[in-house]
Ligand binder design. Structure first.
Ligand code: NAD
Length: 297
């Protein structure tokens, strides 16, 4: 029987444990604060930001939301980030990507105080991750490590193929998995749009992590019997549903499930974990900045 990992269940267990951390912080007079900055009128970005805010409200993290006109000058975003850097109530800052074309997103990320960069995208934090001493593990790859742990899939000594080399998922995932640390010690291959024979690579993998943003790119014929398959993709396919689309992953779930021993669904797999780990990093940031030790799950 294939084990379909319930990401909502794993995320809610982590959030329960985080509530204990919040109690410790509250009893020391600290309320963690997360600032979200949205400079876009893209519907998906708006949804992601509001999901993150709701999650903060539910657990008791202070929410500070700033919305900027997508046509405003880049300077406006820089000023907003600087304001938040200086605000002692804010322990974590998240600028929702993508930003408009006239904004240099790398420069924006460099402007965030690295101690408040709970996404882990500031060059200092990327460097620390690569050096094996991460300040904050980027949320999606960290969530995937927790999903593997929840299913008793030990990456040590395993061949892992990651499909996608983005700064948000593919690269930090590879960096976490090669580390000589729990949840690491894997032999990692990173595939991308120029990989010549993707199927040959994925077929050799004990663990496949699909993060290409291409609907149902990886099907059952590309999966080894008994493999673990983690689907990061979130793709909207036009459909005659109430909202006008269906959400599908980068994995063709039904055929991959026939082969896999462990698999994540879309939705309800990686997505809820990304949010849980954002809460995790914000609480971690508050604990460090306010010097109140906590026991993170
Ligand atoms: P991205 O567009 O930045 O990167 C996609 C990567 O996939 C690129 O490196 C590209 O080289 C590679 N790629 C594209 N087509 C390929 C192909 N045919 N074969 C092999 N590699 C190919 O995307 P991203 O930000 O990393 O996101 C990837 C997907 O994951 C998207 O669907 C995104 O919505 C989703 N995502 C989900 C979560 C979550 O929490 N569930 C979080 C982040 C991203």
């Amino acid at each position: 029987m294939t084990h379909v990992i319930d990401g909502n269940d794993v995320a809610s267990r982590i959030e329960n444990d985080l509530e204990d951390c919040l109690e410790t912080l509250e009893s020391a007079g600290v309320t963690p604060g997360l600032a979200t900055v949205l400079m876009s009128d893209d519907a998906a970005s708006e949804t992601y930001v509001s999901m993150k805010q709701e999650a903060c409200d539910e657990i008791g993290i202070g929410g500070f939301h700033r919305e900027l006109d997508p046509n405003a000058p880049a300077e406006k975003l820089r000023e907003t980030v600087e304001d938040l850097n200086d605000d002692p109530r804010v322990h974590g800052i998240l600028v929702q990507m993508p930003t408009p074309n006239h904004v240099d997103s790398r420069r924006v990320l460099r402007n965030i105080d690295p101690r408040k960069d709970i996404d882990g995208f500031h060059p200092e934090n990327v460097g620390r991750l690569v050096a094996g001493n991460p300040r904050y593990k980027p949320c999606t790859p960290h969530g995937i490590q927790k999903l593997l742990e929840s299913a008793d899939v030990d990456s040590a000594g395993k061949d892992v193929v990651i499909v996608g080399r983005s700064d948000i998922v593919g690269k930090p995932m590879a960096n976490l998995l090669i580390q000589n640390a729990p949840g690491g010690n894997a032999t990692v291959t990173v595939c991308h749009s120029r990989t010549e024979d993707l199927a040959e690579k994925t077929r050799g993998a004990d663990i496949v992590i699909a993060a290409a943003g291409v609907a149902e790119l990886v099907d059952g014929s590309m999966i080894r019997e008994g493999a673990t398959v983690i689907d990061v993709g979130v793709n909207r396919l036009e459909a005659e549903t109430e909202r006008g689309y269906d959400l599908v992953g980068d994995v063709e779930f039904e055929s991959a499930k026939e082969k896999a021993a462990v698999i994540t669904p879309v939705p309800g797999g990686v997505g809820p974990m990304t949010i849980a780990m954002l809460l995790y990093n914000t609480i971690d940031a508050a604990s460090v900045q306010e010097d109140v030790p906590i026991d993170l799950p």
